[in-house]
Design a binder for this molecule. Structure first.
Ligand code: ADP
Ligand code: 5GP
Length: 190
């Protein structure tokens, strides 16, 4: 059986990765999304096991020591990691899996799974990125500042990704990600 395709969607916080993948799932219902673990606190409306598995630092470190993460990173003051077993299981059973992760995690995945496809989502401008992060209203002023500071170095690494797309018009960005996935799937032999 043909293995599933591993897709990494990355880019700075607030660029619209989560928005893109939720729209992508509507037009690609067979795509599965990995639920990450994090030590950050849930935002209003977020549920454990849905947006994230919310762990305390000790639990995260224990799982990391047990080799339970495919990749992990400390970013914007918290730990984030992709649980390994469910991703491997889905790929082996032929399902495509999308990871929405930061740039450090994306590099780890590419090194371990060179056949994966990495897509970097760029903002139309740094001003627009700031507007989106502030507009989302989920971070404090200091947290927004830290995320924007990190975004500068992350943006400079976009050239290391297989594909780069600009999230200006949402529908077009979603279509571009779908086109990339369909193109790669069409070209794969195994
Ligand atoms: P990320 O997952 O990359 O952190 P989000 O998906 O949470 O980013 O998006 C951040 C904010 O930007 C949200 O309020 C979202 O509604 C908004 N947004 C996403 N894509 C666009 C777009 N193409 N145009 C305008 N606003 C957008
Ligand atoms: P947020 O706190 O806004 O949900 O996420 C902050 C950053 O962590 C985002 O850039 C997001 O893509 C990234 N992230 C989410 N899950 C993971 C993960 O499992 N691994 C890594 N490396 N980054 C993640």
């Amino acid at each position: 059986m043909k293995k599933g395709l591993l897709i990494v969607l990355s880019g700075p916080s607030g660029v619209g990765k989560g928005t893109i993948y939720s729209h992508l799932l509507k037009i690609m219902p067979d795509l599965t999304v990995s639920v990450s673990a994090t030590t950050r606190s849930p935002r209003a409306g977020e549920k454990d096991g849905v947006q994230y598995y919310f762990l305390d630092k000790g639990e995260f470190i224990k799982k990391r020591a047990n080799g339970e993460f495919l990749e992990w990173a400390e970013t914007v003051g918290n730990f984030y990691g992709t649980p390994k077993a469910p991703v491997i299981e889905k790929l082996e059973s032929g399902k495509d899996v999308l990871l929405e992760i930061d740039v450090k995690g994306a590099h780890q995945i590419k090194a371990a799974y060179p056949d994966c496809v990495t897509i970097f989502v760029l903002p139309p401008s740094e001003e627009e990125l700031k507007k989106r992060l502030v507009g989302r209203g989920t971070e404090t002023e200091d947290q927004v500042k830290a995320r924007l500071e990190l975004a500068k170095s992350e943006l400079s690494e976009s050239v290391l990704f297989d594909y780069r797309i600009v999230n200006d018009d949402l529908d077009r960005a979603v279509r571009e990600v779908a086109d990339i996935i369909n193109k790669i799937k069409g070209e794969r032999k195994c």
